[in-house]
Write a protein that binds this ligand. Structure first.
Ligand code: MRU
Length: 360
């Protein structure tokens, strides 16, 4: 998607696969900067500190992290070095299952190799494949989700979509998950407008979704997180589309904190509530959402807010100095509140998840 009229992806290889360059999402929307990552340690820091974030993107970055470990290991130590790096990368963030999924995917390939060179070559090929596959999955999510937006447009003209957090192209390699149908509709000339939840405390909606939609020319309005129920009651939302960080086998969906409240409001007001995800976000090992680990992030993300002041970037404290704060970063929306999943395999209700994705 475009930034300043120029097409970008969130991650690209340096010449000779000597490293990757990523968009540093910590400084958006006020500044555009990139960061170069050349080691598994660099990638782990970038994931933990959220230079890169969003389930598909952290998986794609982690794939390269495993490759970097294979590349820099001594010839007789590739297998042990990739295992060490895998542990480091997997510990960077707990909730998005794409991270573990991607690490396992690259490890499985590496361990098939017989020589050190073989293992390095297989690791790079696997990391590249994750990127290519995520791109393709996002593109197909967009194609399938487009029909949902088209159907509303045919009935009433402009379509109002509500989204939470950033499940846009910045959270993926390109296109996004929740935003992929929006971009597809925009490209198809369908009038679409997005209500963007600001998404406290990290403000991924206000900082990232608003930025990427704006740069790509999609009409949008940022609203406080608490506004969603009101907008739905007043008929100002035609459909809600959110992303996912981990979906259990029964369809229970972990996503950014606050998603559950939006699903409840959508249920009460009869607004269809869609979850857009690639199949790499499904955790088949979990029967339901109760076992999904919920990341508890620093309370400072609640205590302080970052913004742009007259002299540049500023951080200000919001709370009384002595007030404790807590920061659960994700919640689980029960499958019964999800109208349908929008995946690379099509659009279907949660009860169809296994059959449509695994074919059984
Ligand atoms: O903590 P983040 O910003 O990495 O979380 C990402 C989300 O929760 C998004 O809502 C998104 O839907 C999942 S990634 C497409």
């Amino acid at each position: 998607m475009n930034i300043g009229g120029k097409p970008y992806r969130t991650l690209w290889e340096l010449p000779g696969a000597d490293g990757i360059e990523v968009i540093d999402q910590r400084v958006l929307p006020h500044r555009f900067a990139t960061a170069v990552l050349r080691t598994a340690e660099d990638v782990a820091v970038a994931i933990r500190e959220m230079y890169v974030r969003g389930a598909p993107l952290i998986g794609a970055a982690a794939g390269y992290g495993v490759y970097f470990a294979a590349r820099s290991a001594a010839a007789d130590g590739v297998a042990t070095e990739v295992d060490r790096a895998a542990g480091l990368l997997a510990a960077a963030r707990p909730t998005a299952v794409n991270l573990q999924w991607a690490i396992r995917f690259v490890l499985d390939q590496v361990h098939r190799g017989r020589t050190a060179d073989d293992r390095r070559r297989l690791a790079l090929a696997a990391a590249r494949q994750i990127v290519a596959d995520e791109l393709d999955r996002s593109r197909r999510i967009g194609e399938h989700g487009l029909q949902l937006i088209r159907d509303v447009a045919a009935r009433k003209g402009e379509v109002n979509v509500l989204t939470h957090c950033n499940a846009g192209w910045l959270a993926c390699v390109d296109y996004g998950t929740a935003t992929a149908p929006v971009y597809a509709a925009h490209e198809a000339g369908i009038p679409v407008h997005v209500w963007v939840d600001e998404t406290r405390p990290r403000n991924q909606g206000a900082a990232l979704t608003a930025f990427e939609l704006g740069e790509h020319g999609v009409r949008h309005t940022v609203v406080a997180d608490n506004a969603g129920g009101h907008l739905m009651q007043r008929g100002m939302v035609d459909l809600a589309i959110v992303g996912a960080d981990r979906v259990a086998a029964n369809g229970d969906t972990a996503n950014k904190i606050g998603t559950y409240l939006k699903a409840l409001a959508a249920h009460d007001t009869g607004v269809p509530f869609y979850v857009a995800l690639p199949s790499s976000t499904v955790d088949w090992s979990l029967a339901d959402g109760a076992g999904i680990p919920i990341e508890e992030r620093s309370a400072d993300e609640v205590r302080y807010i970052d913004g742009l002041g007259p002299r540049g970037p500023e951080r200000v404290r919001l709370l009384p100095e002595s007030s404790p704060a807590a920061n659960p970063a994700f919640d689980v929306t029960p499958a019964r509140l999800v109208t349908a999943f929008v995946t690379e395999h099509g659009v279907f209700p949660p009860t169809e998840l296994r059959r449509r994705v695994q074919g059984r």
